[in-house]
Design a protein around this ligand. Structure first.
Ligand code: NDP
Ligand code: 2IT
Length: 458
């Protein structure tokens, strides 16, 4: 489907959205993921911009869709058997209006400039929604950590930081993890930064607890996503307790989303990875999740072996979990993992809510279908903001040179997720429904727009 052809675009400002998008596509040829992320935001905020002459005169939207800067560099490293390899890495400092740049690093063979621009753009709105002073950024490399030894990953991380260290800093830009970048990679990156700068400072988040990390950072994105989902149900006098949840992914976000969902009494019936998905109609309980953590966090192998241990379950190679009937879909793997066809299948099976742990997991026509159907649809920039929110709290702890107790971090995470939910309700109310997409986009946009307008021409 081309931009401008969609039914959901027939609202006020649809002509302006179309004109804006055709300019953006011309300026950023071939960057389809970036186009998609911008389209979704511009559809929501165009009416606000049309109502505000100052924003129009200041070209706020045009400036907000242009990164502050993009740093691209080669990362050269050595394999265990002495061969030299080179990868391409980026740091995209997208928008620094409301605070130092903040956002993750992704290591995956699919990483390119379009993917990182969409992620950096989304991050700007997400970080604004948290209420913390953080600008938006993203980075990463087209490096595949799969099948590499720990020492190869270490050499790659050290080489990457040898260039990146001059562009980041606790008051400038603070990276963290994302796909393929977890505690192991953050530790190697931080060790190299310290060696180069001779300063122990909060330049990365997601650090180990022994060297400046925060309690609950590992759990924060998944926990926060489930708290957001619970808030959507509570808003209409319901709860996730007893509901079936289909989760995709089996990485950091998915594992801790499942952990929180179990704690709140929901029944998680699927998880997936890049090889396929598991369906467990009895529900994944705490013991089964411990086994999944062993497979994915320690052994780094596929979920394929799960039904050998739990005979009621099945494994489906090469498939996504969306054809299984469920009450709540929680995509926690990667972008564009729910197509229009998947959305129709989910809706046909009576799905009541979709809550996004991954960034932009839903294709544009699928997102429109969820909004039109009037189900609870929590978009990524609101629903998965818990991770970066606790990263912000890690920065505060580093600046104070203190470590907060886990209970304090968990309570602040819960407060932040509920306040993001309330912002979505405030800006997304549409008759007796709440359009969380509009709410999140406008809620995130206003603070950044106001800061940019205040600075004048910068
Ligand atoms: P991980 O690397 O820990 O896990 C990613 C999971 O998704 C793995 O199970 C992986 O499968 C699967 N996956 C990755 N790429 C694909 C693909 N192309 N097709 C199918 N499956 C895939 O990453 P995270 O859990 O950290 O990130 C997951 C999502 O959440 C991403 O969209 C990320 O941007 C987003 N996010 C992450 C945050 C964080 O704090 N980490 C915060 C907010 C959002 P396999 O195991 O086989 O590799
Ligand atoms: O997409 C995201 O919000 C993240 N990968 C987390 C970013 C962060 O700085 O903690």
């Amino acid at each position: 489907m081309g931009f401008g052809e969609d039914a959901a675009m027939n609202g006020r400002g649809s002509k302006e959205v179309e004109d804006f998008m055709s300019g953006l596509i011309k300026r950023n040829p071939g960057e389809t993921e970036f186009h998609q992320a911008v389209q979704e935001v511009v559809e929501s905020v165009m009416p606000v911009v049309l109502d505000n002459e100052e924003y129009r005169k200041a070209q706020i939207l045009e400036r907000m869709t242009e990164p502050d800067r993009i740093i691209i560099f080669r990362v050269t490293w050595e394999t265990d058997d002495g061969c030299i390899r080179a990868n391409r890495a980026w740091r995209i400092q997208f928008n620094g209006a409301i605070g130092p740049y903040k956002g993750g690093l992704r290591f995956h063979p699919s990483v390119n400039q379009s993917v990182l621009k969409f992620l950096g753009f989304e991050q700007t709105f997400k970080n604004s929604l948290t209420g913390l002073p953080m600008g938006g950024a993203k980075g990463g490399a087209n490096f595949n950590p799969k099948g590499k030894s720990d020492r190869e990953v270490m050499r790659f991380c050290q080489s990457l930081m040898t260039e990146l260290h001059r562009h980041v800093g606790e008051h400038t830009d603070v990276p963290a993890g994302d796909i393929g970048v977890g505690p192991r990679e953050i530790s190697y990156l931080f060790g190299q930064y310290k060696r180069l700068e001779n300063r122990h400072t909060g330049v990365l988040t997601g650090k180990g607890l022994s060297f400046g990390g925060s309690h609950l950072r590992k759990e924060a994105t998944g926990y926060g996503c489930v708290i957001f989902c619970q808030s959507m149900f509570e808003e209409r006098g319901d709860s996730i307790e007893g509901k079936r949840i289909s989760v995709s992914g089996a990485g950091n976000v998915a594992i801790y989303a499942v952990e929180k969902a179990i704690a709140l009494g929901a029944k998680v019936i699927t998880m997936s990875d890049s090889t396929g998905f598991i369906h467990d109609p009895d529900g994944i309980d705490e013991d089964k999740l411990t086994f999944i953590k062993l497979l994915k966090e320690r052994k780094r192998v596929s979920l394929e072996g799960y039904p050998d241990k739990y005979s009621g379950a099945s494994y489906h190679a090469g498939k996504r979990p969306w054809a299984v009937a469920t009450d709540i879909a929680m995509p926690c793997a990667t972008q564009n993992e729910i197509s229009g066809e998947d959305a129709r299948e989910l809706l046909g099976n009576g799905v009541q809510a979709v809550c996004e742990g991954a960034n932009m997991p839903t294709e544009l026509d699928a997102a429109h279908a969820f909004v039109e159907a009037g189900i609870l649809y929590g978009p990524a920039k609101a629903a998965n903001a818990g991770g970066v929110a606790v990263s912000g709290l890690e920065q505060t702890q580093n600046a104070e040179r203190r470590v907060w107790k886990a209970e304090r971090v968990e309570s602040e995470l819960s407060t932040i997720m509920k306040s993001i939910h309330d912002k979505c309700v405030e800006h997304g109310r549409d008759g007796d429904r709440i359009n969380y997409v509009t709410g999140a986009n406008i809620g995130g946009f206003l603070k950044v727009a106001e800061a940019m307008r205040s600075y004048g021409a910068v």
